[in-house]
Ligand binder design. Sequence first.
Ligand code: ZN
Length: 351
Amino acid sequence: MNNQIYKKLMRRCFSLAKKSKGQNMPNPFVGAIIYDEEKKEIISEGFHKKYGFNHAERNAILNSKKDVKNKTLIVNLEPCSHFGKTPPCADLIIEKGIKKVVVALNPKVHSQGIKKLQNAGVEVIEGILEKEAKELNKVFIKNILYKKPYVMLKTAATLDSKIANEKGESKWITGELSRAYVQKLRSQYCAIMTGSGTILKDNPNLNVRIKNKISPTRIIFDPNNKVSLDYNVFKNDGVRIILINNSKIKVPDYIKKIPYDGNFDNLFKTLFKLNIYSIMVEAGRGLNSLLIKNQQIDEINHFIAPKIFGSGINFVDDIICDNIDNCIKLEDIKIKRFKDDILINAKIKKR
Ligand code: ZN
């Protein structure tokens, strides 16, 4: 068997995994295939539907109408070896006599699944399409490794990096297609976070205007207690609201108020405990700068519109690096076009 066939099968696992997209947080996206290497055919498939349900490997094994003994299992994440909501998949793989397991990603958290399989004489091949597998489960990996939400910063600026002109006017820098894509991005995150400055200036709703899509939780970062509950973002439309505020103001039941002690690690860990697994930040230069400086951003989606403002407000505005080698670097760069706007998508390299 060569890796080309495993890669092809792994891509099929990714598509199976995506069937559960949006339903299974905090669980990972996983797809699995049982493959007959002699006959060169897929004999069964499975995916992880939602939290608490059977894992993908278990579904693929149980869905099979043929004997899975001596067959190959392809799966995009290391099979589990611990009792969670369901019994360990590694045990079932061994019990059913699967001969070989091909894995894309081992997030090195438990790492016991692969060891268990190898100790039982199962051949394990690791690292097939690992990079793609990481991208698919970026939220899950951040969650289990750091007990914090995955944080994506979205910004939209002119060619000269301005998010508003000198008068503070910012509507609209990017075009319609870009804004539609922002709506789509919003629907993929557990929460949208913004700062009090944006609330006071723009009075946004921060909702998702796509049919059948649930609006994410709204998080308002207001450490200096500047906002009042009259703004649009606080209206009770069934969407959960988290207000980060240190004042004694009384808030209605549908708003959860949490304090901020100046430490972003603590803040994000608290948000994670409130089941916030991923956050899209749409803020002004204040919060953008704080988050970038404190290394809380994992990914950035930066739109560049074909305009020049000259003087105005930068999307980030703080001393980030004191010398050029010390600057924040981006990696895994992807570029998209939305008519005349350009979107740069990148991961923030950990310093
Ligand atoms: Zn499992």
